[in-house]
Design a protein around this ligand. Structure first.
Ligand code: PMP
Length: 344
């Protein structure tokens, strides 16, 4: 999270907007809350230029509940999945509870090192939607150009949401768990097209229907108040810093610094992702041996470079350089990588 935002949250924690109460104490039916809720939606619409025919909703249950919910609502016959890693694989498996699922394309045979090319897509007759993951948090790959289809397109943007501008109209449904770039774990933002909502299954418990969230402005039950407040703060921070185009520019430069250290190492560091599929959020790489990787992670921690152990399912190293990580932070990591290489 951006340090400025953390400080602001700290400053306001005991008195939200002159109410004399903390944001975690006020009623979600109060005007003070509703004004902030409305402003958050306004800010998301502004940053992503979300047209009126899309609704913005807040949910709970993490990305993992969305793996179930998108299918519960929209899988009537079959759902096509672009399988680019652990999260799309999980979504496909969870969705199979509601109907047929199949792979439109996959990079599994090459350990998810790349984003499949449109030439390899295969969409079957009668497909309700195609589902994709914009950034593959574990494998460190990211879509740089979004595909389009004749059927509705769904996208899990959990790990690169608000890291760059996105043409929302290319999609029918976008969701993002907020815990990477936008706030603390506990809320999911959904952006859903009205025309898609008409196709939703209605024989479902109300809490599993997107319609419930849309019709009740995400306050059918108590919304995750603190998380939404945090989203509000981060949206204003982004807006004050030039919006998503500026954020993308910074993120590109940051990623280039870290990938540069990999590319200049003569193979000492080997990137997991193929070059044209590299993520600007998660840089995944290996060292020549597991022993060296362990040493690298330990020595990095000694320099306050924290959390660079790869995901347990993949091993190796992973530098997560989300919006709030600074260029200086990336440079510090790159310098450390160069020094570690020279030493070994
Ligand atoms: N999608 C993506 C892209 C993720 O990175 C994650 C987890 N980091 C998930 C879904 C699952 O989210 P959650 O842990 O909130 O269920």
């Amino acid at each position: 999270m951006p340090l400025d935002v953390l400080k602001q949250v700290q400053d306001e924690f005991l008195d939200f907007n002159g109410t004399g109460m903390s944001i975690v104490e006020i009623s979600h039916r109060s005007t003070a809350y509703q004004d902030m809720h409305d402003d958050t939606i306004y800010m998301l619409r502004k940053l992503l230029q979300i047209p009126e025919q899309y609704d913005i909703i807040f949910m709970q249950g993490g990305g993992s509940l969305q793996f179930v919910m998108h299918a519960a609502n929209f899988l009537h016959h079959s759902g096509g999945y672009i399988n680019t890693g652990v999260w799309s694989d999980k979504a496909m498996k969870a969705a199979s509870f509601y109907g047929k699922v199949y792979e439109v394309a996959s990079s599994k045979e090459d350990h998810f090192t790349y984003i499949p090319k449109p030439e390899s897509f295969h969409v079957e007759e009668g497909t309700d939607y195609v589902y994709m993951t914009s950034n593959n948090t574990i494998h460190g790959t990211e879509w740089h150009h979004f595909p389009s289809f004749d059927v509705p397109l769904f996208c899990d943007m959990s790990s690169d949401f608000l890291s760059r501008p996105v043409d929302v109209t290319n999609f029918d449904f976008i969701y993002a768990g907020i815990q990477k770039n936008v706030g603390p774990a506990g809320a999911v933002i959904g952006i859903i097209k009205d025309s898609l909502l008409q196709k939703a299954r209605t024989k479902l418990p109300l809490m599993l229907q997107y319609k419930t969230y849309v019709e009740h402005d995400s306050t059918y039950n108590t919304p995750p108040v603190f998380n939404i407040y945090f989203v509000n703060k981060v949206c204003h921070w982004l807006d004050d810093h030039g919006g998503l185009a500026a954020m993308e520019d910074t993120n590109k430069k940051k990623a280039a610094i870290v990938y540069g250290a990999i590319d200049e190492s003569n193979g000492f560091y080997s990137g997991h992702a193929q070059r044209d599929s590299r993520s600007r959020m998660n840089v995944t790489f290996n060292l020549p041996t597991e022993e060296l990787e362990k040493q690298f992670i330990t020595e990095a921690a000694g320099q306050h470079i924290i959390g660079i152990k790869g995901h347990r399912s993949l091993g190796g190293c992973r530098a997560s350089i989300y919006n709030a990580v600074t260029s200086e932070g990336c440079q510090k990591l790159a310098d450390f990588m160069k020094a570690f290489h020279q030493k070994h």
